[in-house]
Design a protein around this ligand. Structure first.
Ligand code: IMP
Ligand code: MG
Length: 183
């Protein structure tokens, strides 16, 4: 299979992803077996929608799914401030919440969301991140992690570059010339 010219190489294959998501779901199902139907998965749009869909369908326990959207990068340079542009539909007070994110890069987004949700007094709050870059980041708690990846721009499995390549079934590194050129 030939790769799109924007892509340098595949970092995590489809099979590896599916296997990892299955084991994360098994772990979460075991850890939350005691909470009954009160598990709330909060997915962060847009990046987490594919990961959340696969993860949720593999959980062996009843759960709710809700979404938030935050302002994101122009292209690849962080705009600084994180802003909620779409909030949850349901209050999470007293609920067991898992915040599901696509990626931790600087950690600013997860840090902001974690504090925001904690302020709403859930019964418990954990985080589940599909990938984390191996680079210095804010000290945010990641309770469930899919993969650690090098500090490069990646796309696929929900992750995009300027809204492209999101639906690839694997994680690929973008060719550096694609994201280093001014947009
Ligand atoms: P952070 O706040 O710097 O941790 O960045 C988190 C957000 O930046 C993620 O939710 C993504 O939307 C975006 N992001 C950071 N790195 C990448 C990447 O390599 N590919 C795609 N999106 C990324
Ligand atoms: Mg994101």
């Amino acid at each position: 299979m030939s790769l799109h010219p924007d892509l340098k190489s595949i970092l995590v294959s489809e099979a590896e992803i599916q296997q990892r998501v299955q084991s994360l779901a098994a772990q979460i199902s075991q850890d939350y077996a005691h909470v009954g139907g009160e598990l709330y998965l909060v997915g962060i749009l847009k990046g987490a929608f594919i990961f959340l869909a696969d993860l949720a369908r593999r959980l062996q326990l009843p759960h709710h799914v809700d979404f938030m959207a935050v302002s994101s990068y122009g292209a690849t340079a962080h705009s600084g401030e994180v802003r909620v542009i779409m909030d949850l539909r349901e209050p999470i007070e007293g609920k067991h919440v898992i915040l599901v994110e696509d990626i931790v890069d600087t950690g600013k987004t997860l840090n902001y969301l974690y504090k925001t949700l904690l302020g709403r007094k859930p019964a418990s709050l954990r985080t589940c991140t599909f990938v984390r870059k191996l680079r210095p980041s804010l000290d945010v708690p990641v309770d469930y992690l899919g993969f650690e990846i090098p500090d490069v721009w990646v796309v696929g499995y929900g992750l995009d570059y300027a809204d492209k390549h999101r639906t690839l079934p694997f994680i690929a590194e973008l060719e550096p010339h694609v994201y280093s050129k001014p947009t």
